[in-house]
Design a protein around this ligand. Structure first.
Ligand code: ITT
Length: 201
């Protein structure tokens, strides 16, 4: 069976591939991404107001267009003192989709007066598995941390360089494997594994 990862974000694709590769039960699956293998499929309009709605829109669109099982992640950074913003708007917070540094700069400017100990935040992920016959499963994951104004690290993507974990490192200072072991996306993906095994193998 082929499984399509419904993402065009290269950072997410690297992480999802690393997660899939760790699962012996998925060894027989041919895992591809929409960005690499189906670039002709139109990008989904993420018109939802929740992570689950947007992940469902992306997974369903790709399952329908390919007639194959699809997995989508919708995720974002929820800052407590900002009432969980940027949330579902994380990717285009500065107005340009996926402009990671501009997004970070704007978020730090918006919180310039907030003492760092109040800059608690969490990353949230919703992973949706959608089959062509309409079957759907949704799972959530999160990781808590704190924003730092001292941007550090070069791995990962998005807001990773300003998201600090209790050990003092930012997520951008974690390897992909270390990040997946604790991250929102890793946790949501691990929760969907039993569904993959039941429904696809
Ligand atoms: P796809 O929809 O193609 O998967 P995307 O980047 O547009 O890619 P989202 O709409 O789910 O995905 O937006 C997620 C944004 O949230 C992402 O662009 C980052 O700004 C942020 N984000 C999510 N997970 C993150 C992570 O692990 N580290 C840092 N930032 C993250």
């Amino acid at each position: 069976t082929r499984l399509v990862l419904a993402t065009r974000n290269p950072g997410k694709l690297r992480e999802l591939r690393q997660l899939v590769a760790q699962v012996p039960q998925l060894a027989g699956l041919d895992v591809v991404s929409v960005g690499e293998s189906y670039p002709q499929i139109e990008e989904t309009v993420e018109s939802g107001v929740t992570f689950e709605q947007n992940a469902t829109l992306k997974a369903r669109a790709v399952a329908q267009a390919t007639n194959l099982p699809a997995i989508a992640d919708d995720s974002g950074l929820c800052v407590d003192i900002l009432g969980d913003c940027p949330g579902v708007f994380s990717a285009l917070w500065s107005g340009t989709h996926g402009a990671d540094q501009a997004n970070i700069d704007l978020l730090l400017a918006q919180t310039i007066d907030v003492p760092v100990e109040q800059l608690t935040a969490r990353f949230v992920s919703c992973v949706v598995l959608a089959l062509p016959d309409g079957t759907q499963r949704a799972h959530f994951g999160e990781v808590r941390g704190r924003l730092t104004r001292d941007q550090r690290g070069t791995n990962g993507f998005g807001y990773d360089p300003i998201f600090e974990l209790p050990d003092g490192r930012t997520l951008a200072e974690f390897t992909d494997g270390e990040k997946n072991a604790i991250s929102h996306r890793g946790n949501a993906f691990r929760a969907v594994l039993p569904d993959l095994v039941t429904l696809l193998t």
